[in-house]
Ligand binder design. Structure first.
Ligand code: KE4
Length: 430
């Protein structure tokens, strides 16, 4: 495939944008080679700057669950555009979107819109701190909740769970308030909370982890989080920015039957426009300005264009059978990939929850924690990524990212993908 235009665009971009990208994962650093620049999308397909077409399993990192350029979403945006782009004031549509979110996610009694997932999680943690009057928080290794300072931490050394800054510019004073525990390790959670649970304002967790590739919660893990939070008066925050409306219409909390105190959302609820949201129990959410003493704000929060797209998306995903169909297509793809890898003799396994999936070059039967993810064969993934690209399939350019299927991916797209995978696995086996 010719990528000359992407290459020259990347050269130009690096002169004016740090690293040539507006978000690091786009730079192909963990797969090697130059990043692709895209100019269009149609349904399940992306078109790059050299007019190459790819079946897209990134979907703008989750939002495009209806596929690229869905006519319903485009019409909703066009209608809104003709009325206005933004007012910096409230609109009736914000009530409709908030009401739809509350209808689909019953644990949310009130919700506030933001313009990114980072803002949603950062704000939810501030509210939890304001509500409990406590400062310390717990997150899990391998989970990503956006780039707010106190969340850019990596696991501390050994038994010390205190986070260490995972980025320059993050003061240690911030990360000293963040404890990092191993994901899916209920024992570690229980022993930590037995010692210092009464100091913890909140746990923030991806109920289905999608930022260490895809790792579902182990049986009993989410139940343990709910139980220690109840026992110690800690707020349980489910970061469903990725899993919300991706794994089920009520998110991961509907799949696993655990009710958080607060939920963060994003991606699908904006249909590709900048949206985040955080919501939860009324008594917690009423802590937020202008009602309560926890300040939170945003110039573009509730943007009419993003809200118009969001209402359209939630109406589409709440149709009967939507997630059954999406999940069946993802399962069909995963089974086909495992079968072709086995035929080629390549150790390979997958995880899947609803419309999101994870592929691992691992000897493990199932990958279920961060250590197993980091033990995967990174070089094989890199070669697989590029072989699939040559086969017209665009995967997330990182072994630590989940994959996303849309309703625009049909039998033909799955067939093409599996044919490309067969070639790719065979080339790895040589
Ligand atoms: P944003 O600020 O990027 O909108 O959302 C942050 C965020 C919060 N919580 C979860 C569970 C998330 O997955 C994200 C963002 N996800 C990444 C994909 N792994 C966004 C892609 C990127 O960083 O470019």
């Amino acid at each position: 495939m010719n990528h000359a235009n992407s290459k020259s665009l990347f050269d130009a971009a690096q002169k004016v944008i740090p690293g040539g990208v507006n978000s690091p994962v786009r730079a192909f650093r963990s797969v090697g080679g130059n990043p692709l620049f895209f100019k269009g999308g149609e349904g399940a397909y992306l078109i790059d700057a050299d007019d190459n077409r790819y079946i897209d399993y990134v979907g703008a990192w989750g939002p495009l669950i209806l596929g690229h350029g869905n006519p319903l979403v485009v019409d909703a945006l066009r209608n809104q555009l003709e009325q206005g782009i933004g007012y910096g004031a409230s609109t009736e549509a914000e009530i409709r979107l908030a009401s739809k979110i509350i209808e689909l996610v019953p644990s949310i009694e009130k919700v506030r819109l933001t313009t990114s997932g980072t803002e949603a999680t950062m704000s939810a943690i501030r509210v939890a701190r304001g509500y409990t009057r406590r400062d310390e928080i717990v997150k899990f290794e391998g989970c990503y909740h956006g780039h707010a300072d106190g969340l850019l931490v990596k696991a501390g050394s050994g038994a010390l769970t205190l986070g260490e800054p995972d980025s320059l510019g993050v003061p240690k004073a911030y990360t000293d308030l963040t404890h990092v525990l191993p994901y899916n390790d209920s024992e570690a959670v229980e022993s930590f909370f037995a010692k210092q649970g009464d100091k913890i304002a909140c746990i923030i967790v991806e109920p289905v982890a999608g930022n260490m590739n895809l790792v579902p919660p182990a049986p009993g893990f989410l139940e343990t989080l709910r139980s220690v939070c109840d026992k110690h008066g800690t707020v349980l925050i489910f970061d469903e920015v990725m899993s919300g409306f991706r794994v089920a219409s009520g998110g991961a909390q509907a799949v696993y039957g655990i009710t958080p105190d607060m939920t963060c959302l994003g991606k699908v609820i904006g249909g590709g426009l900048p949206v985040g949201a955080f919501g939860g129990r009324k008594e917690i959410m009423d802590m937020i300005a202008p009602l309560g003493g926890v300040y939170q704000a945003g110039t573009l929060s509730g943007s009419p264009l993003a809200v118009a797209a969001g209402i359209c998306m939630l109406e589409a995903v709440s149709q009967p059978g939507f997630y059954e169909t999406l999940g069946q297509r993802a399962a069909q793809l995963m089974a086909g990939l495992r079968e072709r890898a086995a035929t080629a003799g390549i150790p390979f396994t997958t995880n899947q929850v609803g419309g999101m999936f994870g592929c691992f070059f691992s000897e493990e039967e199932q990958v279920s924690n961060f250590a197993q993810v980091t033990a995967c064969n990174a070089e094989r993934f890199q070669n697989y990524f590029h072989a699939m690209l040559d086969g017209g399939v665009y995967l997330a350019p990182s072994a630590f990212e989940a994959g996303f299927i849309s309703m625009a991916h049909g039998d033909e797209e799955i067939r093409i993908t599996l044919d490309a995978a067969e070639q790719a696995f065979n080339s790895l086996a040589q």
